[in-house]
Design a binder for this molecule. Structure first.
Ligand code: 5AD
Ligand code: SF4
Length: 454
């Protein structure tokens, strides 16, 4: 069967989609790039905001409508399937199956059952189930995601994730290391360790990191990072997403002392106002956040921070919004993802009356986008003339000699790949920066010397 996956949402979802693709390919199905070619289309959904859910539902309805004209299997997996459950069958007529956020390992069996004539199958599993999740990868990439922590135990007032992804479960360290070794043996150079609140790794359940073994660290995440860095062939390690409470002295020391750890952390701040942070139940204040990033930057000069901000949380006044603006200016983020607040049914914040209307949310959104562009431009212009280390991804779609890669700080770099340089995907190259945009650097390929960490 030819299948297509449509993925919305976070890197966790991208990783889950990859697992499903690898499982389907393992039993002989073939991944295709267009809907027209596909015999089965699976929509991998996100529940963070209402808009993400509406988009996925709209897509599912359209695809089910197409079933009138041709043979097509349509399924929904991921967070929205988990949240809405079997009620989705009422709103999407003709949908063949839904599969929950910890049950995607069963997609091959579900497809087979639908092909054999069953329909409207729901596989949502038990809350907190961990055994049903396989950890398989597709071949042929040089950068891979590795899930280390499932679910989330933080109860931020606005967030649906704990409901849809279940309670925290940290995978055993030995299992993670074995997976990273396998990936390295297949040519993977960069791993990104994933968890909703990744710094909670090893806090909710034992992970079997032998504390008697000689190590520079005692906390689970720094120890895991140390062990991953020891895997031959792994040149770069990232972990995401962070929380300021996880920026312990040890973690900061790991960032300083383990060279494979990249000079970048995605550390969502959500707001710059202490009052709103308290209402959001984030568990830190503005000063704690700024202190955490300052310590990371002392440990690693040039350390890049990116962030998420929610605008229009219930009760957010103009002063609160200005506090967010000033925090963003002080923090000098390399990039900020800005989200308009969306009440999620069942979360504590959903009981608070909304006080910022859609128009005002849009206005605040625009202001932050402009602020962030200015900041990103200034940061990147300061890099013109520097030579930075880039992990080459490959040619751009439109121009085969124009290559893209990323710095350790996670900035995209575009460079001309000269034929005589013979750069291949996954190579570490050095590039001298000649031009800058807020989210992209442009430069010339150099011989590997005189690197500036970036
Ligand atoms: N409304 C708007 N944005 C949200 N996020 C999470 N929940 C909501 C919500 N209810 C944002 C946060 C989080 C990112 C993944 O999504 O900024 O960091
Ligand atoms: Fe969306 Fe959260 Fe689910 Fe990721 S974990 S897909 S961000 S709801």
């Amino acid at each position: 069967m030819k299948f297509l996956l449509h993925t919305y949402g976070c890197q966790m979802n991208v990783r889950d989609a990859e697992t499903v693709a690898a499982l389907l390919e393992a039993v002989g199905h073939v991944q295709v790039g267009s809907e027209a070619e596909a015999d089965a289309i699976i929509i991998n959904t996100c529940s963070v905001r209402g808009k993400a859910e509406d988009k996925a539902l709209g897509k599912a309805r359209l695809l089910c409508f197409e079933k009138r004209n041709r043979q097509l299997i349509v399924g929904i997996m991921g967070c929205m399937a988990q949240r809405l459950g079997e009620s989705i069958f009422d709103s999407v007529r003709g949908l063949d199956f839904i599969v929950g956020s910890r049950r995607h390992g069963s997609v091959p069996q579900l497809l087979a059952r639908v092909a054999a004539g069953e329909t409207q199958i729901a596989d949502l599993g038990e809350a907190g189930e961990v055994t049903a999740i396989p950890h398989v990868h597709l071949d042929g990439t040089h950068a891979a995601f590795v899930t280390i922590l499932l679910g989330c135990n933080r109860r931020c007032a606005y967030c649906i994730v704990p409901d849809v992804r279940g309670p925290e479960y940290s995978r055993p360290a030995a299992e993670i290391i074995a997976e990273v070794r396998q990936l390295a043996a297949r040519g993977v150079r960069e791993v990104t360790l994933l968890g909703q609140s990744v710094m909670n790794y090893g806090r909710a359940n034992a992970v079997g990191i032998d504390v008697s073994a000689p190590s520079a660290f005692s906390e689970p995440l720094p120890r895991l990072l140390e062990a991953v860095a020891a895997v031959p062939g792994i040149l770069r390690i990232r972990f995401t997403s962070g929380h300021p409470s996880g920026c312990t002295d040890e973690l900061v020391r790991a960032v300083r002392d383990i060279p494979q750890i990249c000079a970048h952390l995605h550390l969502p701040v959500q707001s710059g106002s202490d009052r709103i942070l308290a209402l959001m139940r984030r568990g830190y204040g503005r000063a704690d956040y700024l202190d955490a990033i300052a310590r990371l930057r002392v440990a690693r000069p040039g350390f890049a921070i990116t962030s998420d901000v929610i605008i229009g949380f219930p009760g957010e006044t103009t002063e609160d919004f200005e506090a967010t603006r000033s925090l963003m200016e002080e923090a000098a983020f390399e990039n900020t993802f800005i989200f308009k607040y969306s009440p999620r049914p069942g979360t504590p914040a959903a009981d608070l009356p909304e006080t910022v209307d859609a128009e005002e949310k849009m206005r605040r959104n625009q202001i932050l986008l402009i602020d962030q562009d200015r900041c990103g431009q200034a940061i990147n212009e300061a890099r013109i003339g520097q030579t930075v280390e880039v992990l080459a991804d490959g040619p751009s779609l439109r121009n085969a000699s124009r290559w893209a890669g990323r710095t350790s700080g996670n900035m995209i770099v575009i460079f001309e790949n000269r034929a005589d340089a013979r750069v291949a995907p996954g190579d570490l190259v050095s590039v001298t920066i000649t031009r800058a945009k807020p989210q992209t650097l442009y430069g010339e390929l150099k011989t590997p010397s005189g690197l500036t960490p970036c």
